[in-house]
Design a protein around this ligand. Structure first.
Ligand code: TRP
Length: 337
């Protein structure tokens, strides 16, 4: 049998709260876990990206650990994959500088997420870091020679920028300078919307009642689902345009049970929204129960978690220092050692 080298996948989640939410789980984490069997995966708690929102230092420290614990609880296996904290591998920021020098100002100005975020905070709150966020993200990806980048639809443009930068480096400095990455977009069925505003993506910036945090207790989860906005009428049908609230509940139901939406809809013929909600609440609670317990266990054993992150840091560095050295050399920089 031939041994074909596996392609590498890279992805990251920002440690911006103590608990990840259901959108992170269904839109990213669950796919990360599955990808481990087919790819060499590198998963990162991207704490440098989180600095763009000026977090309280003590809160950040705690969130980095909590986020890593949740990756593990979801099934990221540190023996199969590299799990590490971004800031512990200095090549990310080193490569960011090199990429800054080949990124157009206009090109970076066109990033829609930057435009949205900076519109929200207003001119005085916008930092150079926020502007540079997509370039740091490109460095994350390129410094591992990643072939694929599993992300949600909202990150497509950022991965596109990484591609453009890789192609540019190869043109300027010769083929083989950078691996050109490709986005793997999580399919629409797993896109989860805010429970209170089912036209907006479930995200940490929404109001609390609209999101389900993975570490929420069963009572809170049940309450959030039961008070989710539904639509007028009482028929349970799949109609994302006319009934986005019900469609969102069905999408969550389907994603958690791996059953087709059409099958769920037919099971609920003649039943009311309330039935769907109370069943779904139970499904979510039971799915998250072992996850919550495992996370608590990991957080109560700091030695174990630190050991895993230390091993991840070493393995990440071994890859990143080689790739950084290669790219820096192509730029004409002298070797650092
Ligand atoms: N910007 C990504 C998000 O908010 C997080 C991220 C940072 C990332 N670096 C990355 C995702 C590299 C994929 C690859 O979701």
């Amino acid at each position: 049998m031939f041994c074909v080298p596996r392609l590498r996948a890279f992805s990251g989640i920002q440690p911006t709260s103590n608990s990840l939410h259901l959108g992170n789980y269904l839109g990213a984490l669950r796919q990360w876990v599955r990808l481990q069997d087919a790819y060499d995966c590198v998963y990162s708690v991207v704490d440098l990206h989180a600095l763009t929102v000026a977090p309280d230092p003590a809160a950040l420290r705690e969130r980095v650990r909590a986020t890593a614990a949740q990756f593990l609880a979801a099934g990221v296996d540190p023996d199969k994959s590299v799990l590490f904290v971004q800031s512990q591998v200095p090549e990310h920021t080193q490569l960011t500088w090199l990429l800054n020098c080949v990124t157009g100002f206009g090109e970076a100005s066109r990033m829609t997420q930057f435009k949205d975020k900076s519109a929200k905070v207003g001119d005085r709150g916008v930092t150079v870091g926020l502007f540079d966020y997509p370039v740091l993200m490109a460095a994350d990806i390129l410094v591992y020679d990643a072939h694929v980048v599993p992300v949600g639809e909202d990150q497509r443009q950022h991965v596109e920028l990484s591609r453009d930068l890789a192609i540019r480096l190869n043109k300027r400095f010769g083929e083989g300078t950078a691996q050109v990455p490709e986005a793997v977009i999580v399919k629409a069925a797993a896109k989860i919307y805010d429970l209170q505003d089912p036209t907006a993506k479930m995200s940490k910036t929404g109001q609390a009642a609209g999101i389900i945090e993975l570490l929420d207790d069963p009572k809170t989860i049940t309450k959030r689902i039961k008070s989710a906005v539904t639509d007028s009428g009482s028929q349970i049908t799949w109609d994302p345009d006319a009934k986005p609230g019900v469609a969102n509940l069905l999408a969550i139901y389907s994603a958690l049970t791996d059953r087709a939406v059409s099958q769920i809809v037919s099971d609920y013929q003649g039943k009311l929204y309330g039935h769907l909600k109370s069943d779904l609440a139970e499904i979510v609670v039971e799915t998250l129960r072992p996850f919550r317990e495992r996370t608590a266990e990991l957080l109560s054993d700091p030695g174990l978690l630190d050991g895993i992150l230390e091993q991840g840091r070493e393995r990440a560095r071994a890859i990143a220092s080689g790739v950084y050295g290669r790219i820096a050399g192509r730029f004409g920089l002298l070797a650092t050692r």
